[in-house]
Design a protein around this ligand. Sequence first.
Ligand code: BTN
Length: 263
Amino acid sequence: MEFTPVAHLERRLRGLTIGHKIHFLECTDSTNTVALSLAREGASEGEVVITDRQLKGRGRLAGRRWQSPPGRNLYMSVILRPPLPPSRAASLTLVAGVSVAEALDRYCPDRVELKWPNDVLIEGKKVCGILTEMMTRGKEIECVVVGIGVNILMKRDEFDPEFRDKATSLLEASDHPPDRRQVTEEIIRKLDHWYGIFLRDGFRPVRERWLHFASLLGRHVTVENLNSRERGVVAGIDEEGALLLRGDDGRVVSVLSGDVSPS
Ligand code: BTN
């Protein structure tokens, strides 16, 4: 059974770019994979893929999976076609982060945080992950797929043991049982709002809002990549969304990708 009757949701979102067309699948490997292939076939900006269950939900880092049981959560991918060079695509992960943080803040006021680059946390535990993937054509973005997984109704003992102490859900973190349809609609509305601002006014207003929710500001962290490791104090993000780290020598470096942990 669809957790979100598509025609109804499309009607409620009428007039918005994001969500004007929604593809609902009972079960699929990964909504990002479906959205990328729809985009390849010419799907338009704002089309959304939602499923109730993923068999191969993908995380950001190679080999990481996203736990995706049925009847519990939101697994959604949004097709965007921003008229921008590929170097600007990473900002869209932060646009999505701000959108999800604002939507979830209603359920857990003042307890939602953003961890660079793609995690939404409630009291230090991950409630949402964002996976942004891109197709390019020459020097242009052909499409960006923003995949959003939100743990909504998962109970603590339903998380795999490896995630149990690091992940949470809206149900676990808020006083009222959340409604999946409502959370889905609110996230899409926020995404439409912040994506519009990003296209019109650039990253600056998104950056300000992102910093409002930022975790680890002023904290000493390690940022690990496959072949490198940077250490420093989190000083913010720059005007493109890269992480700014102040080293012991006072110099600030910008980091484009990596896994951040307090050190
Ligand atoms: C991460 O935190 O590592 C990113 C997780 C992203 C999960 C979402 S669920 C919907 C979309 N489809 C996927 O396969 N992954 C993303």
